[in-house]
Design a protein. Structure first.
Length: 327
């Protein structure tokens, strides 16, 4: 946004900042919050501390760096208030929740979660910090509403040295002893959104999350409609107790996934590759009956619903597996 556009939003930005002022104990922190928000909205080409400080009129980045590194505030309370603000502005009947991860390449080894791991930012294994985000999107717009840092095996342990290392980075003990997978982190954020009453029609994610049977089971248990990509070789349970690869079990959905891929026409990059296929389960069937495919008690998908859900899945790339609506 240009400086003129930011100035035109001064009233709304100030009202937003005032609504969270009590989260920050010191007046200086509240001033730095306003400087950060305006800088992040600006046309500054690189959003690093030097550039943001220059945009705010500071002689150096010390104030903003101190704000992020040392200032005290309740991060979860701030997250909840920003989520409420975003949902109030963007809520619509077509709203969806989207889980996806992103990575920041790092040179050192001290930042929380840093280790050699795959990151879509580089498209290869790098020394990086990876976090999982939950986005909220509708026809009105889209934004991030939650986050969880991913801590791999290098950050899981029980030794005194490991515990001290995690404590220095502010990692709570419950996260320091065992690895929480990316699907598990997505489930935690979904649970928070669900408890907060966030209105949405579907949950969307790629195959990193779609291949998690635990996540799919949790979604079904909580009657949440979802559109998830799954690997081609995903084994699905059959009524007789056997399993079969997805592409052989449901050839119609194989064709539908190709239609979705053609409709999306994504660009290059990890988010631009259709990695799997649609997996569907119903949430609140209006007239339950034995499904002709999996023999569970739910309504089967008519062709029109299949196409509508295919269009829903394209929202993942517009912003950043499938459950039958049944109603």
């Amino acid at each position: 946004m240009s400086e003129a556009e930011i100035r035109s939003l001064d009233g709304e930005l100030e009202a937003l900042c005032v609504s969270v002022d009590d989260v920050f104990a010191r007046p200086a922190s509240r001033e730095n919050l306003r400087a950060m928000v305006r800088g992040l909205l600006s046309e500054v080409p690189r959003k690093n501390m030097w550039q943001l400080a220059e945009f705010a009129g500071h002689p150096n980045p010390d104030r903003l760096q101190g704000f992020l590194a040392k200032a005290a505030w309740d991060a979860d309370e701030l997250r909840d208030r920003v989520r409420a603000y975003a949902v109030a502005a963007l809520a619509d009947q077509d709203a969806v929740l989207i889980a996806d991860e992103t990575g920041d390449i790092k040179k050192g080894a001290k930042s929380a979660g840093v280790q050699r791991q795959y990151t879509g930012t580089a498209g290869r294994i790098e020394n990086a910090q990876v976090s999982v985000h939950l986005s909220y999107g509708s026809s009105r717009g889209r934004t991030l509403i939650d986050r969880e840092i991913y801590l791999g095996r290098a950050w899981a342990g029980t030794t005194a040295g490991h515990e001290q290392r995690c404590a220095e980075q502010g990692i709570p003990p419950e996260r320091a002893h065992a690895v929480a997978t990316k699907p598990e982190l997505a489930r935690r954020m979904l649970e928070r959104a669900d408890k907060a009453g966030v209105p949405f029609s579907y949950f969307l994610a790629d195959e990193v999350y779609g291949q998690s049977r635990a996540l799919r089971a949790w979604l079904e248990e909580h009657r949440i409609r979802y559109v998830l990509a799954i690997p081609k070789d995903e084994a699905l349970p059959l009524p007789d107790g056997r399993t079969r690869q997805y592409e052989k079990a449901w050839p119609d959905w194989w064709k539908l996934a190709d239609e979705v891929q053609a409709a999306v026409s994504p660009g290059s990059g990890s988010a631009g590759r259709w990695a799997g296929h649609l997996h569907c389960r119903c949430s609140r069937p209006s007239r339950p009956r034995r499904c002709c495919r999996c023999r569970r008690r739910h309504s089967c998908w008519p062709a029109g619903v299949q196409r509508r859900s295919a269009r829903t899945s394209t929202s993942r790339w517009a912003a950043p597996s499938t459950r039958c609506p049944g109603n």
